[in-house]
Design a binder for this molecule. Structure first.
Ligand code: NAD
Ligand code: MG
Length: 393
C-alpha cells in the first residue's frame, strides 16, 4: 500500500489525482490533502479519502476549515500555513507526493519532497522553471524518483529509452524533442482582436479543462515556453534541441526524434488522468478511467509552426531559456503577476506579454546559487512587476 500526499488537492490536477486513486483503493491510501482556500472541497475530499492530515495554507481560511471538519466528523488533524506542508511531505509514512500547487508557492514543498527522497509526481512546472539545476541536483543527491505529470513531459518520458536518467538523455541518440501544444483558444483569432479578449474567453481552452493560471498561460503560449524550460532540466537538453510544434487536436502529447530518423510519439485523449495514472503506477501500468482513443473517429491530424507575433510570450520564454536561470526565474515571476492582474481585469490580454517583456529586458544577469537566492530574486521581480503595473494604470 502506497501512502500519498496530494499538494493542491482541490485544484484540477488534485481532483484528477484523487479520481485515479479512488479506482485503486487496494494500492493507494491518501495520507494528506492540502488546499489554499477551497476548504469546502477539501472537507468533501476528506470525507471520501479519510486522510491523516489536512493542510489549509491560507491561515485566514483555517478556522472555517477546522469547523467544517468538526461538523463532518473528519478525524484528520487540520494544520494551517505553508510551513505545515513540509511536515506532510517529509513524514516517514509518506511514499509518494503529488506536487500540484500552482505557481511559485509550489517550490518549497516540492523541493522538500525531493530532499526527503520520495517518489515525486511533478505537475508544478514553475518550481523547475524557477530553480532548474538546484532542483535537479537535489534529485540526484537524495535519489528521489521524479516523474513528470505535465502531459508533454510524461509523453517524452514514455518515449525515452529505459536507461533514461535526469540529464543523461543526450547520450541516448536523441536528435530532438518535438514539444506539441494545441495553440490554445486564440490560435486562429485575428491578432488585432487579442487585446480585447476577456479572462473567461482566455480560460475556455478547446481541449483541456485546467486551473485559471495555466489556462491563461495556454492562451498566450507562455505555458509551452515554461514547458520548454521544464523539459531542458528534466531531460538534460539545450533549448535548441526542443522544437515547439502546434498540433491543435491535442492527441499526440509530444515526440522524441532519434538520430536514425525514428520518431516516437505518445498518443491519448486529452485527459490528465492518463499521465497521472502512468506516473502513479510506474513502472506498472494501471487503469486511469480515460476513454480509449477511437481512430475511426480521427479525421484530421494537423501540425504547424508557432507564430511569434501571435505568441510573443513563447519567444520570451525561449529567450529566457537561452539566457540562463536568472532570466527563467524572472520571467516566471513577472508572468505570475501579469496573469493575476489580467484575471482581475486590471490589464488586457496583450499587456501580459508587454509586462513580461519589460521585466525581462530590464533584468541583468546574476547567479542564483541557492534556493534562498532564488526566492529572494523571485520576490524582487514580483515587486518590480507590481511597480510597472501601477505605473501603467
Ligand atoms: P488549480 O488552480 O486548479 O489548483 C491549484 C491548487 O493549488 C489548488 O488546490 C489551490 O488551493 C492550491 N494553491 C493555490 N495557491 C496556493 C498557494 N499560494 N499556496 C498553496 N497552495 C495553493 O491549478 P491546476 O490546473 O491544478 O495546476 C496545478 C499545477 O499543475 C500548475 O503548476 C500547472 O502548471 C500544472 N499543470 C496542470 C495541468 C492541468 O491540466 N490542470 C496540466 C499540466 C500541468
Ligand atoms: Mg502541458
Amino acid at each position: 500500500m502506497q501512502k500519498i500526499t496530494v499538494l493542491g488537492a482541490t485544484g484540477s490536477i488534485g481532483l484528477n489525482t484523487l479520481d485515479v486513486v479512488a479506482c485503486h483503493a487496494d494500492k493507494y491510501q491518501v495520507f494528506a490533502l492540502t488546499c489554499h482556500r477551497q476548504v469546502e472541497t477539501l472537507i468533501r475530499q476528506a470525507i471520501i479519502h479519510q486522510p491523516e492530515y489536512l493542510v489549509i495554507t491560507d491561515p485566514d481560511y483555517y478556522s472555517q476549515g477546522k469547523e467544517l471538519a468538526r461538523q463532518a466528523n473528519v478525524t484528520a488533524e487540520v494544520l494551517a500555513g505553508s510551513d505545515a506542508l513540509i511536515h506532510i511531505v517529509e513524514h516517514a509514512d509518506v511514499d509518494c507526493v503529488m506536487a500540484a500547487i500552482v505557481g511559485a508557492a509550489g517550490l518549497l514543498p516540492t523541493l522538500s519532497a525531493v530532499k526527503a527522497g520520495k517518489k515525486v509526481l511533478l505537475a508544478n512546472k514553475e518550481s523547475l522553471v524557477m530553480s532548474g539545476s538546484l532542483f535537479i541536483q537535489e534529485v540526484h543527491k537524495s535519489g528521489a524518483l521524479l516523474l513528470p505529470i505535465d502531459s508533454e513531459h510524461n509523453a517524452i518520458f514514455q518515449c525515452l529509452p529505459a536507461t533514461y536518467l535526469y540529464g543523461q538523455a543526450q547520450s541516448s541518440g536523441i536528435d530532438k524533442i518535438l514539444l506539441t501544444g494545441s495553440g490554445g483558444p486564440f490560435l486562429n483569432t485575428p491578432i488585432s482582436e487579442l487585446a480585447s479578449k476577456t479572462p473567461q474567453q482566455a480560460c475556455a481552452h478547446p481541449n483541456w479543462d485546467m486551473g485559471r493560471k495555466i489556462s491563461v498561460d495556454s492562451a498566450t503560449m507562455m505555458n509551452k515556453g515554461l514547458e520548454l524550460i521544464e523539459a531542458c532540466w528534466l531531460f538534460g537538453l539545450l533549448p535548441q534541441q526542443i522544437e515547439v510544434v502546434i498540433h491543435p487536436q491535442s492527441v499526440i502529447h509530444s515526440m522524441v526524434q532519434y538520430n536514425d530518423g525514428s520518431v516516437l510519439a505518445q498518443l491519448g485523449n486529452p485527459d490528465m488522468r492518463t499521465p497521472i495514472a502512468h506516473a502513479l503506477g510506474y513502472p506498472e501500468r494501471i487503469d486511469s478511467g480515460v476513454n480509449k482513443l477511437d481512430f475511426s473517429n480521427m479525421r484530421n491530424f494537423s501540425f504547424e509552426q508557432p507564430d511569434f507575433k501571435r505568441f510573443p510570450n513563447l519567444r520570451l520564454a525561449i529567450e529566457a531559456a537561452n539566457q540562463g536561470q536568472y532570466a527563467s526565474t524572472a520571467l516566471n515571476a513577472a508572468n505570475e503577476v501579469a496573469v493575476e492582474a489580467f484575471l482581475q481585469g486590471r490589464i488586457s490580454f496583450t499587456d501580459i506579454a508587454r509586462l513580461n517583456n519589460d521585466v525581462l529586458q530590464r533584468t541583468s544577469s546574476l547567479s542564483l546559487d541557492s534556493i534562498d537566492a532564488v526566492i529572494e530574486f523571485d520576490q524582487q521581480i514580483r515587486d518590480q512587476a507590481q511597480h510597472y503595473l501601477q505605473g501603467a494604470a
